[in-house]
Design a protein around this ligand. Structure first.
Ligand code: DC
Length: 220
């Protein structure tokens, strides 16, 4: 059984890259951010204050996250309800970034993530996969890009959808998210010592995909 871990900051292109590689290698793609987002959606729906750790801890036992696959696409279930269509908003992303700092929130998802790697070849992306969830992964990638480049990609995505966007605001939000994800005490985002660093700032998607596949060919 092979496992590939891809970690990196918000907007580095992890999910695009991971989906493409998983398809090519016929691995199962596991998006762990979606699981934190499902928990965040629960906190939002129940109007739980993200700064109130006690309230978060009390809610955790009532939250059951699981995943399923429909036509090869990961669906995340929150207490049995498919919430894939509701977790991709900025509000949910920000709530996930804040609440994923708590021990109880992370513990709620850790076993689920580790168990998935026991049953199939997987490619898992997130913030702490190489450092914490799968420390023995066959290949670890730390995928990053400058905040300017990440903001530009996000900006272009929004403009393409016809959504009004403010570049400076987007970059500011990315910097805040980086800070939250990297400076938390438990399982912060950082490059695992044995991870391959890939800075995609000046790379195309294809170049990144090929870099990762070449690295995998060497270790398998
Ligand atoms: O990758 P994403 O934007 O969907 O993730 C949302 C938030 O979830 C991210 O800001 C931090 C948290 N997260 C985490 O703490 N650990 C992971 N393995 C994945 C995501």
């Amino acid at each position: 059984m092979y496992s590939i871990a891809i970690d990196g900051p918000a907007g580095a292109g992890k999910s695009t890259i991971a989906k493409t590689i998983a398809k090519k290698l016929e691995f199962i793609y596991v998006d762990t951010g979606a699981m934190y987002r499902a928990m965040a959606l629960y906190f939002i729906r129940h109007q739980i204050d993200p700064s109130d750790e006690n309230a978060i801890n009390q809610a955790c036992p009532d939250i059951h996250v699981s995943i399923a696959y429909e036509n090869g696409i990961q669906q995340v279930l929150l207490n049995g309800e498919n919430v894939n269509g509701q977790i991709r908003t900025e509000e949910v992303g920000n709530m996930a970034s804040k609440t994923s700092a708590y021990k109880m929130v992370r513990a709620t998802l850790l076993d689920l993530q580790r168990n998935l790697a026991k049953t199939s070849n997987i490619l898992m992306d997130g913030r702490d996969i190489g450092t914490n969830v799968l420390p023995n992964a066959d290949l670890k990638i730390y995928l990053t890009a400058s905040s300017k480049v990440r903001a530009k990609r996000r900006y272009d995505e929004l403009v393409e959808k016809g959504v009004k966007a403010d570049f400076d605001q987007i970059e500011q939000d990315i910097i805040v998210r980086d800070h939250q994800d990297m400076e938390r005490e438990i399982a912060p985002l950082k490059k695992a010592e044995d991870a391959v660093l890939v800075d995609s700032s000046d790379m195309t998607i294809e170049e990144v995909v090929n870099t990762v596949i070449d690295a995998f060919e060497k270790v398998k």
